[in-house]
Ligand binder design. Structure first.
Ligand SMILES: Nc1ncnc2c1ncn2[C@@H]1O[C@H](COP(=O)(O)OP(=O)(O)OP(=O)(O)O)[C@@H](O)[C@H]1O
Ligand SMILES: [Mg+2]
Length: 214
């Protein structure tokens, strides 16, 4: 097994942008890798994501949200992540279990104990080898996400999560920071307020250190 690297952080923190740039870097270095994301890393996960992100589903309760994300993860881990790791690839994954603790735990208020039971069964207790946490003020992340959505064909494309209020996102940010504090060895905390290139430089230094150690 080579290693699972996850990208975490609030909406608009730059996870997908930075992950794409890391993929370019691994391609240049001819290091075998597999790029994926949650919940949409499988066909089944994409369909589950359709239910999760539908902004018409305002009444979805927190437990349903947890089970749906974990259902997508159960499929994703077994169908995509474990086979890629077994093939000796580096797996870059846009969000993973930490997002569940941050969003459904800190954000929605579900107990960590409940999440752990559901998530452990779903994830096969697979832990990332390295997690990059992109941290920035909530308002800045949401502004970036709005600007990105405005440039898309469907300019009113904000999803159910992006429509949550600032307080929700602030709880999610704090949730991420508290997981980071409880497991500092696995995490690299990245100041995501810097420009894309500066952030990428720091990200690459962490990736290179990780590759050298594995
Ligand atoms: N460091 C940065 N400075 C300025 N703009 C950025 C930076 N990083 C990303 N962006 C821009 O902000 C927007 C959001 O970035 P991106 O989609 O990578 O975030 P994300 O964390 O994947 O968001 P989401 O959680 O919504 O998927 C994009 O339009 C991207 O080009
Ligand atoms: Mg993204």
């Amino acid at each position: 097994m080579k290693g699972l690297i996850t990208f975490e952080g609030i909406e608009g923190s730059g996870k997908s942008t930075q992950m794409r740039l890391v993929a370019d870097f691994l391609l240049e270095k001819k290091i075998p890798f597999f790029v994926t994301s949650e919940p949409s890393g499988t066909d089944i996960g994409r369909k589950i994501g359709g239910i999760l992100f539908d902004r018409g589903h305002r009444d979805m309760c927190a437990e349903t949200e947890l089970f749906l994300f974990c259902a997508a993860r159960a499929q994703h881990v077994r169908e995509a992540i474990v086979p890629a790791l077994e093939a000796g690839k580096i797996v870059l994954c846009d969000r993973f279990s930490d997002a569940t603790y941050a969003y459904q735990g800190a954000g929605r208020g579900l107990s960590g104990e409940f999440i752990k039971i559901v998530n452990d069964w779903s994830s096969l207790r697979l832990k990332p080898d390295l997690t990059l946490l992109f941290d920035l003020p909530v308002e800045m992340g949401l502004q970036r996400a709005i600007k990105r959505n405005d440039s898309l064909a469907d300019s009113s494309s904000s999803d159910r999560f992006e429509r949550e209020n600032v307080l929700f996102h602030a709880r999610v940010r704090e949730g991420y920071l508290s997981i980071y504090k409880s497991e500092p060895g696995r995490f690299r905390l990245i100041d995501a307020t810097m420009d894309i290139e500066t952030v990428q430089k720091e990200v690459r230094s962490h990736i290179m250190a990780f590759l050298n150690a594995h």
